[in-house]
Design a protein around this ligand. Sequence first.
Ligand code: GDP
Length: 281
Amino acid sequence: GSSVAVLADNGQVFPCQLRRNQALPVVGDRVRWHLDKDQTGTVSEILPRRSLFARGDGHGKMKSIAANIDYILIVMAPPPVMSEYLIDRYLIAAELLNIKPMIVLNKADLLSAEDLEKVKQRLAQYEAIPYPVIFSSTKEPGGLDQLSAALKTYSAVLVGPSGVGKSSIIRALGENLDIRVAAVSPKGAGKHTTTATHLYPMASGGFLIDSPGVREFSLWPVSKKEVLGGFPEFKPFSQGCKFRDCAHLVEPGCQVIAAEVEGKISSKRRESYKELLKVMS
Ligand code: GDP
């Protein structure tokens, strides 16, 4: 609406009005503001964003969801879901949004040593690209240490299928300050709290942002070129392809196919690429 919650440097939250005709801030925006009276304020300026998480609104336009995000945490868990195909879809989105992805394998506590080794091998192809891969558990002491260390003071959103532990990770790492954006909106008080975006500061100084718009997010229709952008490890090889417009499917002289045959590119990743080209274009 016309009102937002501003988290001040001293940790206090102030409801603030927006000026008429002002661009709308989204969660994670840094703003210039001043205090008026009655502990309320006015936002005068949105500071330049270093990133913007947006997604298709289903009508061919992009909808802004969160600003200044450093990482998209792609959360999977052995039960219920550990899918490379799904990871690859999120990776395309991360590359398109120009936000660094981090793959988080949660519920590591449920894996036997043998299964853990198998999952590590499956995820090794991502580390080779290189995308960071983190193992976590919200049920074991120290199970989130690796994730906290990687997040440091950065801001992150969590994406991934339902039931993998996103809420549990947020509960464990986020401090008990929960800003319900919709709750301070004059019209929506209370009404939209279940669909509101929440901002959780972490003890490390970073933020976790939880938004249904992000959680439910799936890849919007993208072009062939954009699909390819999600496979940066193909690039050193694709430059040597015989045809400039090589789609790396069946073309003679394709260096990406050659690299796969030589084991320099993961077959699983090229399989995803082929499947995504089919469904996206
Ligand atoms: P979300 O849908 O991704 O937000 O998942 P939730 O955080 O609601 O977690 C789904 C279920 O998995 C809950 O019953 C959690 O207690 C459980 N869970 C979350 N993290 C872990 C974990 O690291 N290990 C185990 N064993 N269970 C977990």
